[in-house]
Design a protein around this ligand. Structure first.
Ligand code: C2E
Ligand code: MG
Ligand code: MG
Length: 287
């Protein structure tokens, strides 16, 4: 008992420490950085978009992943400031890339329900889209099934407002949570991102394969694009091809990278595209 109490106290102190560090870091706006992971069209192998993934470069603890600090930010009411920083950096990055590239690419940003519940949320997004001259259609908000479950009539209205201006909605980690087909009816969902756990289990599970096939079919019948996340191997990639999934995201087709590496990745992809247009290459290229 004594040990448990001590343990609880210890984790509470650690939690508080991180919360205080986060307050300081948010003032400086330097320690939070975005990594970008490409989404690749599985037919043309071209980049169709990016997902912004937040990292905290803690001065003592090193790089911290979102699962460690997002719950603390949500609890401490810091998620809005953190989200603001994410939108600013992600839209700035997309603006920079789009000014060099003559074809559309999207930027997907993960949001939590607390952010949508904030009444400044929609206004702030619109302001940032204008500031960085990014068309709303180039922005995707990734909402998990959990968010859709927890939505209130207020957050539902806020999501509708964003849809109205043209922002796209993607359902993240689809199929493993409390997926409701009703949400697909209520919202104009642009993309379904199938939860990586389906692909992880696919080789041993015939049922898993059929579920993925069904989700892709439902997505296509409803006019949506379907992305598979967690594509790690050539075998995984072959499964996507077989199931006629649209896009791939995972370590196999591109790791999450810092801005400089992502720019280099984009440039290589562009060079490949040029060769393709000049008919010097047959697709698929690397895969
Ligand atoms: P998510 O949106 O489902 O993001 C995908 C996660 O899978 C990322 O973890 C990514 O690094 C990881 N991943 C990418 N490719 C592969 C792969 O091939 N195999 C495996 N096993 N994993 C892969 P990460 O970056 O740790 O993010 C975890 C979660 O944190 C995200 O899940 C998202 O829900 C949340 N998150 C990330 N950035 C933000 C943010 O800016 N705001 C909010 N509210 N949540 C965020
Ligand atoms: Mg996501
Ligand atoms: Mg996901």
């Amino acid at each position: 008992m004594k040990r448990t109490l001590k343990g609880t106290k210890h984790s509470f102190t650690k939690h508080k420490e991180l919360e205080n560090d986060m307050r300081e870091a948010l003032k400086k706006r330097q320690e939070f950085i975005l990594f970008f992971q490409p989404e690749i069209d599985i037919t043309t192998m071209q980049i169709v978009g990016w997902e912004a993934l937040l990292r905290w470069k803690h001065p003592e603890k090193g790089i911290l992943l979102p699962e460690v600090f997002i719950p603390i930010a949500e609890e401490a009411g810091l998620i809005f400031s953190l989200g603001d920083l994410v939108f600013e950096q992600a839209l700035y990055q997309l603006h920079t890339w789009l000014s060099r590239v003559s074809y559309p690419m999207t930027m997907a940003i993960n949001v939590s329900i607390k952010q949508i519940e904030d009444k400044r949320f929609v206004k702030n997004i619109i302001k940032k889209l204008k500031k960085w001259h990014v068309s709303p259609m180039m922005l995707e908000l990734e909402l998990t099934e959990k968010i859709l479950m927890e939505k209130t009539s207020f957050s539902k209205k806020e999501i509708q407002k964003l849809l109205k201006v043209g922002v796209h909605i993607t359902i993240d980690d689809y199929g493993m949570g409390l997926s409701s087909l009703k949400d697909l009816m209520d919202f104009q969902v642009y993309k379904l991102k199938i939860d990586k756990r389906f692909l992880q289990r696919a080789p041993q599970s015939d049922k898993g394969m059929r579920i993925m096939e069904t989700i892709i079919e439902i997505g296509h019948l409803l006019g949506m694009k379907v992305v598979m996340e967690g594509v790690e191997t050539n075998q995984d990639f072959k499964i996507l091809r077989k199931l006629r999934c649209d896009y791939s995201q995972g370590y196999y087709t591109g790791q999450p990278m810092d801005d400089a590496s992502a720019t280099e990745f984009l440039e290589k992809n562009l060079a490949m595209r040029e060769l393709f247009f000049q008919n010097q290459l047959d697709l698929p290229l690397k895969f």
